[in-house]
Design a protein around this ligand. Structure first.
Ligand SMILES: Nc1ncnc2c1ncn2[C@@H]1O[C@H](COP(=O)(O)OP(=O)(O)OP(=O)(O)O)[C@@H](O)[C@H]1O
Length: 313
């Protein structure tokens, strides 16, 4: 990088896309300072969707490194922009945590704002898998952490930030299961592509993790360099009392018979219901009747902290 942080034609080599209102918003002044000190041009989002366009423009203008500062929603938008510009893996990505839960930042060993810039300058560089999901036959959309389906939008809206912080995406599951008196589940067909047994039945939810693994399987950080997704199907058994978090922990724990786990590079999820089901991609909601999900191996190049394990237990 030249000292001025610019390419020869005057465009920026390092761009940071900042969501100034994510989390409690208090990160923004410090991030602006650190970004300037580390040679980043800062582009601030003003509304949902801006992160996609700002990242796409930065990559198309020749940036080598596009960092995202915000929560998982902002990270997701920036990666979407890089994907839309067809810039991956050549344009590198970096994470500066500025959200409530910062799940993905934790998964790649980034502990805070200062640490994020230290890691950008002196961390290990890895190239990790990217999740892609095509909703109802549309274009593939990237996700970093997870694609989770089966709960209702109302449940998500009532999820507190404290719960999000403690449980990440599982908070949505807790809330849904706590609020429903009798849970009937959604009828799903889950079909791994390229081998392996499929699953059909009534599910409470299906959790598809790229960077994130769900409880019961060792570390919460998944192996994000193996080209495979971790799929957890939680059966919607109406005889099981799902009220309360302890019940959900039991349900997601290793001892239960209500869980099916599989690993696959690619799968189809079809909803056998009249109405579409709500899905969350890295925490942002969409509704769908059909999902095609895949892991695009070794697609996102980023600096990681010491706590990041390429192959966790
Ligand atoms: N300036 C803005 N004003 C309002 N919304 C914004 C703005 N910039 C981005 N957004 C939207 O805010 C959404 C949520 O942000 P994000 O997930 O990054 O933070 P968060 O919800 O506070 O954190 P976490 O996901 O860790 O709980 C993003 O999906 C994005 O579309």
């Amino acid at each position: 990088m030249s000292r001025a942080g610019r390419n020869a034609d005057g465009t920026d080599e390092r761009v940071l896309v900042l969501n100034p209102v994510s989390g409690d918003g208090e990160h923004a002044p410090r991030v602006r300072e650190l970004a300037a000190a580390h040679g980043f041009a800062v582009r601030e989002t003003e509304r949902p969707g801006d992160g996609i366009e700002l990242a796409r423009e930065a990559a198309e203008d020749g940036a080598d490194l596009v960092a995202a500062c915000g929560g998982d929603g902002t990270l997701n938008e920036v990666v979407r922009g890089l994907w839309n510009a067809d810039a991956l893996p050549d344009t590198a990505f970096a994470v500066v945590p500025g959200g409530t839960g910062n799940n993905f930042a934790g998964n790649v060993g980034i502990e805070g704002v200062e640490h994020a810039f230290e890691v950008i300058e002196a961390g290990r560089w890895r190239t990790i898998d990217l999740g892609l999901v095509a909703v109802d036959g549309g274009d593939p959309i990237p996700f970093l952490n997870s694609c989770v389906g089966g709960f209702t939008a109302e449940a998500s809206a009532s999820t507190s930030s404290d719960q999000k912080e403690r449980y990440g995406v599982l908070a949505y599951v807790f809330n849904t299961l706590r609020e429903v008196a009798s849970f009937e589940g959604i009828t799903l067909d889950v079909t791994p592509i390229g081998g392996g047994e499929g699953w059909r039945g009534d599910a409470a939810c299906v959790l598809i993790g790229n960077g994130r693994r769900f409880p019961g399987g060792g570390s919460e950080q998944a192996n994000v360099e193996d080209g495979r997704l971790d799929v957890t199907i939680v059966e919607g058994d109406p005889t099981v009392d799902l009220a309360g978090e302890a019940a959900v922990h039991r349900l997601l724990g290793r001892e239960t018979g209500n869980i099916t786990r599989l690993q696959t590079a690619e799968l189809d999820v079809a909803v056998r219901e009249d109405d579409p089901v709500t899905f969350s991609l890295d925490g942002e909601l969409a509704s769908a009747r059909h999902l095609h999900v895949e892991s695009r191996a070794r697609t996102l190049r980023l600096p990681v902290g010491d706590a990041y394990e390429p192959a966790p237990d």
